[in-house]
Design a binder for this molecule. Sequence first.
Ligand SMILES: Nc1ncnc2c1ncn2[C@@H]1O[C@H](COP(=O)(O)OP(=O)(O)OC[C@H]2O[C@H](OP(=O)(O)O)[C@H](O)[C@@H]2O)[C@@H](O)[C@H]1O
Length: 295
Amino acid sequence: MAQKRDAEPDTEHPGAPPSKAAKMTGDADADAAAHSDATGQTPDIAKNPTREDSKTVFPKLSFETIPSSKMSNEETKTSNEETASPEAGAKAQGKAKATDDEQHDANSAKDAASRLEEHTGDLFAAPDNSVLIHACNTQGVWGGGIAKEFRKRYPKAFKEYERHCLSIHHPKRNPVRVGTCLLIGPREVKPGAPKHWIGCLFTSAGHGRKKDPAPMILRHTAPAFEDLLDKLNREPQLMEIRMCQINSVLFEVPWRATREVLKGVLATDAGHRKIHVYSLPAAPQGTIRSFVRKR
Ligand SMILES: Nc1ncnc2c1ncn2[C@@H]1O[C@H](COP(=O)(O)OP(=O)(O)OC[C@H]2O[C@H](OP(=O)(O)O)[C@H](O)[C@@H]2O)[C@@H](O)[C@H]1O
């Protein structure tokens, strides 16, 4: 297993929970982003592959998995020497365990990558009992971007989100914790209204010009996503889990940075459900596309 270290506290939002993934793995991206330069720019993940990326390249085989007939003389000699004394035996076992752990980590990263599936298409064109996930502020506002579209399509769900932020919590006295999630069941009663669940990931306290800085949004994304996965575990009947490219436009966090954080969480998650990420097709050059396609 990779090195363990405690997640760093969120000094801006002391209530924000650290993510399990950050606690277990040292959360490469969120932390890397948090340590980005003074301009608040997120690091170029393509240039700085994450621990997870580097793990997947050459998974090492444990010698226990290699049939002895395939071992060279040199390898056999070393393995005999290693097991000759009890200390050497323990050392050899430790080495085997480390390679097993590396193999396990590599497999987890591969599983995580395959659980996040990207598609081009409309997030909202989903069958009943799908979960639609988007990023939210904790101020009770679905004011712009895809959030505005959610408010238009699911007014009763919006009321519930608003009540969560403004009545159950209070933006000043008792704010919703960033790094958590609110899962809302189907609420709309109009004939023909889709029976969609809505997953609100609280990745930023503020919104608009007061949105949190990108590194902080990334740090909140991991625990918020973990909270969502925990809540989904209690709803095993929900099979279709869809997400837009959260944080990527109004929150101004590059999608690739968010994607790496999500994969990091999935690598430590025991579940198997896929997360389908939907994004609208790019507009042809020279046209101005309305932000959200009308129904
Ligand atoms: N039909 C569709 N199907 C699939 N993908 C679709 C789509 N329509 C749009 N998209 C994409 O969905 C992604 C998210 O982009 P957004 O900018 O909306 O969200 P964000 O997560 O960056 O920011 C959150 C804050 O935005 C709001 O605005 P306010 O602060 O309230 O003003 C909230 O309240 C939060 O606070 C972008 O890739 C869009 O292309």
